[in-house]
Design a binder for this molecule. Structure first.
Ligand SMILES: Cc1cc2nc3c(=O)[nH]c(=O)nc-3n(C[C@H](O)[C@H](O)[C@H](O)COP(=O)(O)O)c2cc1C
Length: 369
């Protein structure tokens, strides 16, 4: 699901919001989930260089903000990285393809953070095979005068955009900074198909109870829930929290796609998708676990490059998913963006827009085994 905070506000009606508005400024200050956002300020603040690299890596984008990574320190310079199966998304990511892409984002950000301090990262991917429970990687930091990566400068400003896009186009010059990492579609017929199918798949998800419910189960409504579980889909801020307290914004309302609250949110997300002036795709020839990790590395770099170019980038994944109800959109996206075969691993909406807030993170200590 791609619920936007603004869309919930849009649909729930100004009257209620106004009624909840008294003392809003003070309420806003107290309702920011500082503890859930603290890992953004703690990045790099550890004694062990491995912990420093990981403290940056956990800021990586990842599906539904599940943060499925767990890590063990090995000896003086090693680490083993796993993907936690308890954080799977069995309906919308039945093969763990997207979650593996998220692990690729994590590994790339760890590598960049280590390089920033001159450490090279030796990575052995799937060292014990690809079975459930097998590690994703063995990593070793080598003090080796590694070259810092200019994209690292944008890590703290990177976001997955969630708001509508403004109408101003993406210039070819701005797009050029992304093209080492993806294909950019600046309008034209492929772009039109991608937007249309992304929206159709979003609507299909809303109409598929098991898929929709998977997102509802991950809603964290209000500060207390966000701080208790700093992952999933955070629905916070003073406005929405006030509505939740008034019983207007509830999990039950959101889970019924015909409820006015949910319907407004679904429509607002459609508007946001269709507003994108450009799209991006990452296509791999095959669809192995290594391809998925590589797609994640590319997505992270693309996201950072977009940030550096002043552009907003939002993944829209519904049309790339592997369940029956979105199969027609999956096939149409592949016919348009991968006509010679291959797998479209990531589809991004690209443009300009109001800045999205930071999303919560579990602290590093909670991810260590
Ligand atoms: C493989 C993958 C798929 C994603 N799919 C979507 C999506 O369909 N819609 C969306 O709004 N965000 C999507 N995201 C973005 C995540 O929601 C986002 O990374 C997460 O909430 C953390 O927020 P941040 O990237 O702003 O730090 C995806 C991210 C990844 C890595």
């Amino acid at each position: 699901m791609t619920l936007s905070r603004r869309s919930f506000v849009a649909l729930l009606g100004g009257g209620t919001i106004a009624a909840a508005g008294g003392g809003a400024a003070a309420f806003a200050v107290t309702r920011t989930p500082h503890a859930a956002l603290a890992p953004w300020d703690m990045a790099g603040g550890y004694a062990d260089p491995r912990a420093r690299a990981l403290s940056w890596a956990l800021l990586a984008p990842n599906p539904h903000n599940r943060q499925p990574w767990t890590v063990r320190m090995d000896g003086d310079d090693g680490m083993t990285v796993w993907r936690d199966p308890d954080r799977d998304l069995p309906v919308t990511d039945p093969f763990g393809r997207q979650l593996t892409i998220g692990m690729g984002c994590f590994l790339e950000l760890a590598r960049m953070a280590a390089a920033q301090e001159g450490f090279a990262t030796e990575a052995r991917l799937f060292p014990d095979g690809e079975g459930p429970g097998d590690p994703i990687a063995h990593l070793r930091l080598i003090d080796d005068a590694a070259v810092p990566d200019p994209l690292f400068a944008h890590v703290l400003d990177r976001r997955s955009h969630k708001e509508p896009f403004r109408s101003d186009p993406v210039t070819p010059q701005a797009a050029a900074s992304l093209t080492p990492h993806c294909r950019v579609h600046l309008g034209g017929p492929v772009h039109a198909v991608l937007l249309e199918q992304a929206n159709a798949a979003h609507l299909a998800e809303a109409a598929t109870p098991a898929a929709w419910q998977e997102s509802i189960d991950l809603l964290r409504i209000g500060k207390a829930e966000i701080v208790a579980d700093p992952d999933g889909i955070d629905v916070g801020g003073p406005m929405l929290e006030a509505l939740a307290r008034l019983g207007v914004l509830t999990r039950e309302a959101a889970s019924d796609p015909n409820h006015p609250a949910a319907r407004g949110s679904i429509e607002a997300t459609s508007d946001a998708i269709l507003s994108a002036p450009a799209t991006t795709t990452i296509v791999t020839a095959t669809n192995t676990r290594l391809d998925q990790i590589e797609a994640g590395r590319l997505w992270l770099r693309q996201n950072l490059a977009a940030t550096g170019a002043g552009l907003a980038l939002r993944p829209v994944s519904q049309a790339l998913q592997e369940y029956a109800e979105v199969r027609p959109m999956h096939d149409a996206v592949h016919a348009a963006a991968a006509p010679d075969g291959g797998t479209v691993q990531m589809l991004g909406l690209l443009g300009h827009g109001a800045r999205t807030a930071r999303t919560p993170r579990w602290p590093l200590e909670s991810r260590m085994v």
